[in-house]
Design a protein around this ligand. Sequence first.
Ligand code: NAD
Length: 257
Amino acid sequence: MSLTGKTAVITGSNSGIGLGIAWELARAGADVVLNSFTDRDEDHAIATEIAQETGVSAQYIKADMSKGDECRALIEQAGACDILVNNAGIQYVCPIDEFPVDKWDAIIAINLNSAFHTTAAALPMMRKAGWGRVINIASAHGLTASPYKAAYVAAKHGIVGMTKTVALETARDPITANAICPGYVLTPLVEAQIPDTMEKYDMGREEVIEKVMLERQPSKEFATVEQLGGTAVFLCSDAAAQITGTTISVDGGWTAL
Ligand code: NAD
């Protein structure tokens, strides 16, 4: 599978799943545009490392995905966007009647609204280029719910719905739109939930991972960022040209339960 000549923009890609997807798309030959809201030397160094290791062109663009105008500016600044991976996301866990309004607003803005803005900016470029892939990183929480994750579950169900609409609006174009729904992947987002969960259940780290986090993941293994990157590369392949408007679960069987 060669993605040489294609440009991929991956939101929220200086760590975790977004970075794993950037690596796999670059290994498949795509030029990559990395993003987050920070502007540190180490952010730009990641792009340099990817370019040196894979031979593609890679750049890092700072843009805050909680702000609509910056989402649209990211796509404009990228200059090309054949593959759009809407990945930026945050989490906050709290009962709904105590859920802080600013946390709700931030999760909906970053996990859902940003994909609206980037997709709106990218589709005209894809139509002009005559090829495009929209890949939204949803979650098993885009298909099922858990308590205390109201904003996250709402945003992820929302992005699954938006994926279907984008697929219908692009059905006659050589463009597809799909959502990848990961189960638990051991990234900084998940690491951050471990200490609170250890305290809440009075458990050690390994017990929390096995009995709480992977409780609903029948494989009892985390999915990896490389597996998610491979799934994104597959969605960019010719074999996936008629796969549109759907979800692909990478969740060790979670949603089969
Ligand atoms: P992560 O914390 O490692 O990565 C999140 C990325 O989003 C980071 O690069 C961060 O800098 C970026 N980001 C956060 N706020 C931003 C903002 N305002 N503007 C731009 N970028 C911003 O977490 P992750 O686990 O890799 O999560 C990536 C995506 O995968 C998220 O959408 C998450 O909901 C989804 N997901 C993760 C898991 C999991 O188990 N880790 C499971 C299902 C879905």
